[in-house]
Design a protein around this ligand. Structure first.
Ligand code: PMV
Length: 346
């Protein structure tokens, strides 16, 4: 392996094929809405935990004579929408690198795809790291996060491990691009877990890109949520720095419920929450009444992630797993940064 990325710092290999691995992240203060669609610039900053579960491993191999990019996903050919998105992303990488060679992309994803568990975050973070390396771009962690952001907003946070903030940045277009990046957040003494509760592993009904556009355009609650989100972000940073997981969870839960409220108020409404999601929220509230410091967060899907101290995670998982609508429960801790994990030799 002549390419290396540790803690977000990468050196280019320029070889023909590179494999990279990245992990999903769950936002505690969410990204929902763009101020610039072309450059994928968010309305608000967000803050997440990278997980140590469900990695995506992606190999990008240059095929200089090929007429187009070939995209394979979990051993088969990728759906057209996914393949087009990946090709558009590779165009961005080629433009930055001043190269024209097409590539074969092979991605293997272990997260239930499109279930609101941020599969696109791990996917585009791994792709950004592998593609940047194979096309010979020499990018530091911040620049890699800006690149991953162009594939999927939340992917910029999966470039780093642990707790990560994505800065909204200033302005639009190229200026906005420079100022909108992710970086690790300092945390105090914390031993957190996220208990991922799957109530529906199927694909989501409305893709997040479309849903956030519609919420922004039609929901009278969207502006209020976004303004509150900026305050949530500052408070969450403080809580994490102080090692106050209970407070961090409280902020995460109110931020996520506010995001879903803004979607419910869109015209027409977008509703990702199901009866199963509400049953989990009820049980989490009951756990808190019993003295367990557990709080819920929900992405653009019905599944619920529950933040709690690691020592309580097994008990929380057992309680939530006993709910009829819950299909599976997974305990995640803070996960690692995206890394190159293989060079030319397969
Ligand atoms: O990056 P996208 O387009 O998958 O949007 C992700 C949006 C949420 O998962 C709902 C929130 C977030 O900050 O990850």
């Amino acid at each position: 392996m002549d390419g290396l990325m540790r803690a977000g710092v990468m050196t280019a290999t320029g070889g023909r094929g590179v494999t990279a691995r990245a992990y999903p992240n769950i936002a505690l203060v969410k990204y929902w809405g763009k101020r610039d669609e072309k450059w994928m610039l968010p309305v608000t900053g967000s803050l997440s935990m990278t997980l140590d579960l469900f990695p995506t491993t992606t190999r990008v191999e240059l095929v200089p004579d090929a007429a187009t990019d070939v995209v394979r996903f979990n051993g088969g050919s990728a759906e057209d929408v996914t393949a087009d998105r990946i090709r558009r992303f590779l165009e961005v990488v080629r433009a930055l690198a001043g190269r024209s060679a097409h590539a074969i992309v092979e991605s293997v994803n272990t997260v239930p795809t499109a279930a609101g568990l941020a599969s696109s975050a791990a996917g585009f973070a791994a792709l950004a790291v592998a593609a940047a390396s194979v096309y010979g771009l020499c990018l530091d962690g911040r620049a890699l996060s800006r690149l991953a952001r162009r594939g999927s907003g939340s992917a910029c946070r999966s470039v780093f491990g642990g707790f990560v903030q994505w800065h909204a940045g200033l302005a639009e277009g190229r200026m906005g691009d420079k100022t909108s990046y992710a970086e690790p957040v300092p945390v105090g003494a914390l031993d957190p877990a996220l208990v991922i509760t799957v109530v529906d592993p199927g694909p989501k009904r409305v893709p997040s890109r479309q849903a956030m556009r519609h919420t922004q355009a039609t929901s009278p609650l969207y502006g209020a949520w976004a303004r509150a989100g900026e305050a949530d972000l500052g408070e969450l940073r403080r809580a994490l720095r102080q090692g106050d997981l209970d407070r961090a969870g409280m902020i995460a839960e109110r931020n996520a419920l506010g995001m879903h409220a803004s979607m419910l108020a869109a015209r027409p409404a977008i509703r990702y929450l199901t009866g199963g999601s509400l049953a989990v929220l009820d049980r989490v509230a009951r756990l808190r009444e019993q003295g367990v410091p557990a709080h819920a967060t929900i992405d653009a899907g019905p599944n619920v992630a529950v933040l709690c101290p690691r020592q309580d995670a097994a008990g929380v998982a057992q309680e939530l797993g006993a709910i009829g609508d819950v299909q599976s429960v997974h305990i995640a801790g803070p996960g690692p940064a995206a890394t190159v994990c293989g060079g030319e030799d397969r």
